[in-house]
Design a protein around this ligand. Structure first.
Ligand SMILES: Cc1cc2nc3c(=O)[nH]c(=O)nc-3n(C[C@H](O)[C@H](O)[C@H](O)COP(=O)(O)O)c2cc1C
Length: 643
């Protein structure tokens, strides 16, 4: 393994790597991120190796196991270079046909291509798939090109050239000024300008300073940081080292949750390799700059993503927040100046150094520059990770990239910003995503979670769900958060169970105000957001629950009933057989009824009733129509005859 001693040596090595690679040699890239792994990408990889060997092609074709490609809904994904043919939902059984047809005969396996929703056709190339076509994948795009465990792959796409430029051609002040000029804002939460944070640490008198990657990523449904760490760990290490140089730090940490084993594995490999090549350690690239990185695995507490709690946990103590009398970039880890940035924030740094602040700020809005990766989940056709320029509208993200709402349902709201973010209604779908725009709408950018909800979602229950999550995750150190959230949850629970009282909304508002004013950290301060934003846009749902004991979305289990419409029932006995509670009474040729005492409201009868009958109805806020007496129920034969 070559020790790179100067920036010039790095460029020589890069040229050698590129010269040794034949761009026309077929290469099969296979998404091997955690999501595709779970859907069988390891079996596909094994099958690819065996089949190439069997067909005597193993020397003529490369296989590259890459990180996440983003289109998780349709994984495992393979892209075959140089043509960039993209196959979706590939299984091990598909492999022999792929090798024969596409590798040997230069043909296409049509059934594995993406359908074109507009033209009713098939799409051959990844870049033409609507999910990818409308994205700007400045950061995430590299994931699909490299094996994250291969330094050669990273160098082949220009890896560590930004580090060489920063250390070799720029002073630390110039690096700092470039990042400040780019107006890069933190991607993990509040959107604080990274350059200003760095500058504070740099100017702090203490000589020992730390730089830290926040890879805690505790938001339910969010996995963009995991996918970046798994798929392109060197880009984060490179950004971190550049940051360390600008700040004057020689020691860095990556705080990553233990539930991310593949990210930890690939990160450790990347650190080891970077040390061997001389991109980390002493006298990096012969410039005299020393920097080392350690990985710390967190135990998966959401609060440990908060800056002061994270630093306390790094110190080996219980991960609880502490008061921020002095900012942590001045007095952070072990009371030293410490720059904490999110994974994605660090990943932006090499791009800014390589291409410059002006290039970077051509993307985005006036106050939110660059791109942002969102994890698009929930009731959406194309679940996955998407990277878009700041300023793209929610509508474009959800409908053009996400493919809209499945099963012909109506869009209702999108929850952004993680558990303490907010829900944005349909009337604001034209909102351009940016830090300030989302905050103004009562939500926030957070780290990029985007949970789409359809008409069947009860917004009171959504608030209840997130408050429950935050109650569980509250560390309990301060009363407004520990007790306040518990009380909020108690009230929301009773509202969604049909026991809401007049005055509950006002009580929730009061508790929210107290938490926002008096909680110790941002977990408690922002926790009321799910309630406040749903109240702001969906107040009538709260009122319907409390006053009419009705859940308009027909979602709150204890506020709904199922009944069988005697005019529609065909006595097919399907619901009777499937009901797990034995609550459906009926017989052949006898219209069925639901015993309301026994019914657990699981909805099985509703789901299994054939759509041509649609005899099972779901109701809320009204009494269940009285059952027909038994003698009148045996009319099915007569009715069928009449029809
Ligand atoms: C309860 C809580 C959890 C947080 N979790 C994360 C997290 O998982 N990842 C993250 O980058 N920031 C998280 N943050 C934000 C961090 O406190 C901090 O602002 C951020 O890491 C700074 O990096 P940035 O400026 O690059 O965004 C969390 C904040 C709070 C209050």
């Amino acid at each position: 393994m070559p020790q790179i001693k100067t920036p010039a040596e790095l460029e020589t090595l890069r040229s050698e790597i590129l010269a040794s690679r034949d761009p026309d040699k077929p290469c099969i890239t296979l998404c091997s991120g955690s999501a595709c792994h779970a859907s069988g990408s390891s079996d596909v990889a094994e099958s690819l190796e065996q089949e190439l060997e069997k067909q005597g092609l193993n020397q003529e074709v490369d296989i590259r196991r890459t990180g996440c490609h983003g289109f998780c809904e349709r994984g495992p994904i393979i892209v075959i270079f140089p043509q960039k043919i993209c196959y979706l939902q590939v299984t091990a059984e598909d492999v022999p046909e792929i090798i024969t047809k596409t590798i040997k005969e230069q043909g296409i396996v049509h059934r594995l291509l993406c359908d074109d929703p507009d033209m009713g056709d098939k799409i051959v190339h990844e870049s033409e798939i609507p999910f990818y076509k409308h994205q700007t994948r400045l950061i995430f795009g590299s994931n699909a090109k490299i094996d994250p465990t291969s330094m050669e792959d990273y160098l082949a796409i220009g890896g560590y050239s930004a580090l060489a430029k920063a250390l070799g051609q720029m002073s630390d002040t110039e690096v700092l000024e470039e990042v400040k000029r780019s107006n890069l804002r933190g991607r993990g939460g509040g959107g604080f300008p990274a350059g200003r944070k760095w500058e504070g640490s740099r100017n702090a008198p203490d000589k020992t300073k730390y730089v830290i990657v926040n890879a805690d990523e505790g938001d339910p449904g969010a996995y963009m940081d995991r996918s970046l760490l798994e798929g392109n760990p060197h880009s984060i290490l490179e950004g971190l080292t550049i940051g360390a140089y600008a700040v004057g730090s020689h020691e860095g940490y990556v705080y990553v949750r233990q539930e991310y084993p593949l990210a930890v594995e690939n990160l450790n490999i990347a650190i080891k390799t970077a040390e061997e090549y001389g991109f980390l350690g002493k006298n990096i690239l012969g410039t005299g700059f020393d920097f080392e990185v350690k990985v710390h695995q967190g135990a998966g507490a959401f609060v440990c993503g908060e800056s002061t709690a994270l630093m306390t946990a790094l110190e080996g103590r219980v991960g609880e927040p502490r008061p921020k009398y002095i900012r942590s970039n001045i007095k952070g880890l072990w009371d030293r100046p410490s720059v904490l940035n999110n994974v994605e924030t660090w990943a932006n740094v090499p791009l800014i150094i390589n291409r410059g602040a002006d290039w970077f700020s051509q993307y985005g809005t006036e106050k939110s520059k660059g791109t942002k990766i969102f994890s698009l989940v929930g009731k959406i056709v194309n679940t996955g990770l998407v990277e878009v320029p700041m300023g793209m509208t929610l509508k474009d993200i959800i409908f053009k990239i996400g493919g809209g709402i499945p099963n012909g349902k109506q869009f209702k709201a999108v929850q952004t910003g993680g558990p303490s973010g907010g829900c944005i209604p349909e009337s604001l779908l034209d909102l351009e995503v940016g830090f300030d725009e989302l905050t103004k709408a009562g939500s926030m950018m957070g780290s990029g979670g985007m949970i789409v909800m359809d008409e069947d979602t009860c917004m009171v229950d959504v608030a209840r769900y997130f408050i429950e999550f935050l109650t569980d995750e509250s560390c309990g150190k301060c009363v407004p958060c520990r007790e306040g959230l518990r009380q909020m949850l108690k009230i929301l629970n009773r509202i969604t169970k049909g026991r809401g009282r007049e005055g509950d909304i006002e009580l929730l508002e009061e508790l929210s105000e107290t938490a926002m004013e008096a909680a110790l950290c941002a977990l408690g301060k922002s926790a009321p957001n799910p309630f406040l934003s749903t109240l702001r846009y969906f107040r009538e749902e709260y009122e319907a629950h409390i006053r009419d004991k009705r859940c308009p979305a027909l979602a709150c289990r204890e506020m709904i009933s199922f009944y069988i419409d005697p005019d529609k029932c065909r006595a097919c006995m399907i619901c009777m057989r499937k009901c797990p509670a034995g609550a459906v009474i009926g017989a052949k040729k006898t219209i069925h009824v639901i015993d309301q005492e026994k019914c657990t409201r699981c909805g099985t009868c509703f789901e299994v009733c054939p759509s041509r009958f649609s005899a099972v109805a779901k109701i809320s806020g009204e009494p269940v129509p009285a059952d027909l007496p038994r003698d009148q129920r045996t009319i099915i034969k007569k009715r069928q005859k009449n029809e």
